[in-house]
Design a protein around this ligand. Sequence first.
Ligand code: ZN
Length: 131
Amino acid sequence: MNQATLQQSGKGYNVATVGNLSTFEGKAFLKEVIGTTGMEVSFGSLAPGQAVPFFHHHKLNEELYIVLSGEGIFTLDGNEVPVQSGSVVRIAPAVSRCTKCTGEAPLIYLCIQAQEGSLQQYTMTDGVIEQ
Ligand code: ZN
């Protein structure tokens, strides 16, 4: 089991680590460690054949799963969707979901939660190029 560890803080920023992702195991939530205010972020890992032991949905938050390595299946409202390294899965709050590792290596993923419909500006409308 890996834990997120705060490494450095400055005015307006925090730096944390969950360690080497190639050996990451378990689940690590970052919000409390890194101080995000508009999203929850977590790393997750499932061993070969392992599934998240429950289905769940959310009240307000959409989720974005980014598969970092391995292969698996997302079950989304009963539909089985194969994923692999590089897959990006956006899930609306009400969709029932579960994840299973189907490959011979661990399925390692990043999950970002944010309130559905809350994004007001992004990329060129929010970023300010300084030089
Ligand atoms: Zn969730």
